[in-house]
Ligand binder design. Structure first.
Ligand code: ADP
Ligand code: MG
Length: 152
């Protein structure tokens, strides 16, 4: 199966995607990297991010993979894992990453407004609040959820 790990920056997508892929024996896919390599999108220096058009999501993804990106849920996947966290934790992590105040605010606002979640309508997804959970606990929660899917 193909599993998308999504959520705002700093929520733990890369950490969880790598740990989950390792535990399942799946391939870890860095979708942002593949998009940048294939489509060479323009960089918007004002918004401090790449300009990703919808047609840049045309990327071949192998089966049995865990896809890391805030855009991964837009692909044709079998399961979306949507991570959320307490804004205070996000703020702290993004400050450490050197994000500007406006970029931190914009991302926390996006989570609060439910921008990503609104794009999950009609998809199979699990929403996990990762606040105060260690990586193993989160990965096990995802694997437990997958095992309930198998039985359905
Ligand atoms: P993203 O890929 O969503 O931007 P990262 O995986 O890079 O997020 O995680 C952001 C930071 O938070 C990293 O320093 C990472 O080590 C840390 N982190 C991620 N998940 C957890 C967790 N469950 N518990 C503690 N620290 C975490
Ligand atoms: Mg990441």
């Amino acid at each position: 199966m193909k599993i998308a790990i999504t959520g705002i920056p700093g929520v733990g997508k890369t950490t969880i995607a790598k740990a989950l892929a390792k535990k399942l024996g799946y391939q870890y896919i860095d979708l942002n990297k593949l998009i940048i390599e294939k489509y060479k999108p323009k960089y918007d220096w004002f918004y401090d991010s790449y300009i990703i058009e919808d047609d840049m999501l045309n990327i071949e993804i192998p089966d049995n993979s865990v896809i890391d990106s805030h855009l991964s849920h837009l692909l044709d996947v079998d399961l979306v894992v949507y991570l959320i966290a307490d804004p205070k934790i996000i703020e702290q992590r993004l400050k450490e990453r050197g994000y500007s105040f406006s970029k931190i605010f914009e991302n926390i606002w996006a989570q609060t407004a439910g921008i990503i979640e609104s794009e999950l309508v009609g998809k199979k997804y699990i929403k996990i609040d990762v606040t105060n959970k260690d990586v193993d606990t989160i990965v096990n929660q995802i694997i437990d959820y997958i095992s309930t899917l198998d039985k359905k």
